[in-house]
Design a protein around this ligand. Structure first.
Ligand code: FCB
Length: 472
C-alpha cells in the first residue's frame, strides 16, 4: 500500500502557525441554505425540479425552506462575526438573479445579494462569490441544459450581469463549483440534477461547463476592478493505487485523468489530456470541442479552488467480456474501486488527511497555480447533549487533521492562500437531504435555531490565533 498511515505522524507540540496573509473562511451554497424558493421573482432551477421529483432525494426533502438564510442572513453574518471568520464563500442563485436564465436582472433577486455583501463588509468579512453551485435555471435545462453549447454563452452573460452589480464590493469570483459533479453526477450517474445517465452526455456537459467558465473569465475581467481575483473551484481527486504495480498505477492515473487532469489540463495548459480522450473514445468522439474552444477555456485565472473531502483507492481489474463501462467512469471498465480501511464519516467517506497534502503538492508541482481550499469538512451524526451543546469531537478531529495537512503542504512549498470550512451551518446536502450535517453551526430545521458546535469554537480559536493549537 502506498498510503501513509496518518497515525505515523508525530503529534505537533507547538501551535502550527499559518502565513500572516492566510485567509480563514467558511462556505455555503445558495440552494443548500437560502430557501425562499419562489419568493421575489425567483424561478425554479434544476435542483427544485429534481428535489420535487419523487425518489430523487432522501426522505423526499427539498430546498424550499432549507436554513431560511434568505430571511436570516443578518443573523448568519452575526454568527460568522462571532466565530471571527475573515471570508465567506457563498453562491448566487442564477434563477433568483435572472429568472428563467436569460434576459433582464430581477432587482429583488440581486438586491438580496447586495444586502448580504453590505452586511458582510460591515462586519469586516470579505465576500467570496461563486456564480454557479449547480442551480441551473430550469428553462435552460428545457433547452438542453449543459448539453446545449448555448448554455455556456448564457452563463457568461449572467456572470457579467452579476459582476456589474456586485463587482465594486466583491474581490474574489469563482465561476463554477465542482463541474465534475455537474457533469458526471448530473449526466452520468444521475444522482444529481438533471438526473441523466449517459456517459457521452457527461463528457459533453463537462466541455460546455469548461467553455462556460472560459467565456465568463474575460467578461468578469471587463466588469471587475483591476486586482480582482478570478478562479474556478474543482474537486480534484488523486486516487492511490492499491498496490505499487504498473497496472494499479495506470488504473489510478485513469481515474486521476477523469477527476482532475481533464479539468486542470484544459484550464491551465490549454489542452485535453490525450490519454483521457483516447480511453473515452468508445463513448464519444469529442466532436463537441470546436476550434478555438481550448484558447477560451485556458484564459488565465488567478487561483484554483480545491474542494477536498477524502482520497480514494483504485486498482486494475480484468474486464469481463461484454462488460459495459460504468456511466460515472467512462473508459474505466478495467478499473476497480475499493473501500479504504480505517475511519469513515457519516457519508461513508474515509478520513485520511494525508491525501490532502499529497493532492496539494501534486497540483502545485504540475500546475504551479496559487491554490485555495474552498471546501473541506465532514458530516457526522451530531447529538445535542443535555447541556444543549454539540460536542462533535469527531468533526473537531477531522478539521484539525486537515488543517495540519494543509500546514504541511505549505511547509512543502505549496502556494496555499486560504481555507474555507464546509460548512458554516447544516444544510440541504443534495441527494442526501437534511440527514447529513456538515455545519460547524447546528441548524434545528424545525425552529431554525442556530447553535455553534464545538467544531465552531475550535475553528474560532484557529482563526483567532492564525494557528492550529497543539493537541490537548
Ligand atoms: C461538495 C459540494 C458541497 C457539499 C459538499 C459536502 O461536493 O460542493 O455543496 O455538498 O460536497
Amino acid at each position: 500500500m502506498s498510503s501513509v498511515d496518518a497515525t505515523d505522524r508525530p503529534a505537533a507540540v507547538a501551535p502550527l502557525v499559518f502565513p500572516p496573509s492566510f485567509v480563514w473562511g467558511a462556505a455555503t451554497a445558495a440552494y443548500q441554505i437560502e430557501g425562499a424558493a419562489s419568493e421575489d421573482g425567483r424561478t425554479p432551477s434544476i435542483w427544485d425540479v429534481f428535489s420535487h421529483t419523487p425518489g430523487k432525494v432522501a426522505n423526499g426533502e427539498t430546498g424550499d425552506v432549507a436554513a431560511d438564510h434568505y430571511h436570516r442572513y443578518r443573523d448568519d453574518v452575526a454568527l460568522m462575526s462571532e466565530l471571527g471568520i475573515a471570508a465567506y464563500r457563498f453562491s448566487v442563485s442564477w434563477p433568483r438573479v435572472i429568472p428563467g436564465g436569460t434576459g433582464a436582472i430581477n432587482r429583488k433577486g440581486i438586491d438580496f445579494y447586495s444586502r448580504l455583501v453590505d452586511e458582510l463588509l460591515g462586519a469586516g468579512i470579505t465576500p467570496t462569490l461563486t456564480l454557479y453551485h449547480w442551480d441551473l435555471p430550469a428553462e435552460l435545462d428545457d433547452a438542453g441544459g449543459w448539453l446545449n453549447r448555448d448554455t455556456a454563452y448564457r452563463f457568461a452573460d449572467y456572470a457579467a450581469a452579476v459582476a456589474g452589480e456586485l463587482g465594486d464590493r466583491v474581490p474574489t469570483w469563482i465561476t463554477l463549483n465542482e463541474p465534475w459533479c455537474s457533469a458526471f453526477l448530473g449526466y452520468g450517474l444521475g444522482e444529481h440534477a438533471p438526473g441523466h445517465t449517459d456517459a457521452a452526455e457527461a463528457l459533453t456537459a463537462a466541455h460546455h461547463l469548461l467553455l462556460a467558465h472560459g467565456l465568463a473569465v474575460p467578461r468578469l475581467r471587463a466588469a471587475l476592478p483591476a486586482g480582482a481575483t478570478v478562479a474556478i473551484t474543482l474537486n480534484p481527486g488523486l486516487p492511490r493505487p492499491i498496490n505499487d504495480t504498473p497496472e494499479d498505477r495506470a488504473a489510478a492515473d485513469k481515474v486521476y485523468g477523469l477527476q482532475t487532469r481533464m479539468w486542470t489540463d484544459p484550464l491551465l495548459r490549454g489542452a485535453y489530456p490525450a490519454d483521457v480522450q483516447a480511453f473515452t473514445s468508445g463513448v464519444t468522439d469529442w466532436s463537441f470541442v470546436q476550434d478555438g474552444d481550448l484558447e477560451i477555456i485556458s484564459a488565465p485565472i488567478d487561483m484554483l479552488g480545491v474542494n477536498f473531502y477524502n482520497p480514494g483507492l483504485v486498482g486494475h481489474k480484468d474486464a469481463q467480456p461484454g462488460e459495459v463501462d460504468p456511466p460515472l467512469w467512462p473508459g474505466c471498465g478495467d478499473v476497480k474501486f475499493v473501500p479504504m480501511p480505517g475511519e469513515h464519516t457519516a457519508m461513508g467517506w474515509p478520513v485520511d488527511e494525508t491525501g490532502l497534502t499529497e493532492l496539494l503538492v501534486r497540483l502545485h508541482r504540475d500546475y504551479g497555480v496559487p491554490l485555495v481550499i474552498t471546501e473541506n469538512g465532514a458530516a457526522y451524526n451530531d447529538i445535542v447533549s443535555d447541556d444543549g451543546q454539540i460536542h462533535d469531537t469527531d468533526r473537531v478531529s477531522y478539521i484539525r487533521r486537515h488543517l495540519e495537512a494543509a500546514h504541511q503542504a505549505i511547509a512543502d512549498g505549496v502556494d496555499l492562500r486560504g481555507y474555507y470550512v464546509w460548512s458554516l451551518m447544516d444544510n440541504f446536502e443534495w441527494a442526501w437531504g437534511y440527514d447529513k450535517r456538515f455545519g460547524v453551526v447546528r441548524v434545528d430545521f424545525d425552529t431554525q435555531q442556530r447553535t455553534i458546535k464545538d467544531s465552531g469554537y475550535f475553528y474560532q480559536q484557529v482563526v483567532g490565533d492564525n494557528a492550529v493549537p497543539p493537541q490537548p
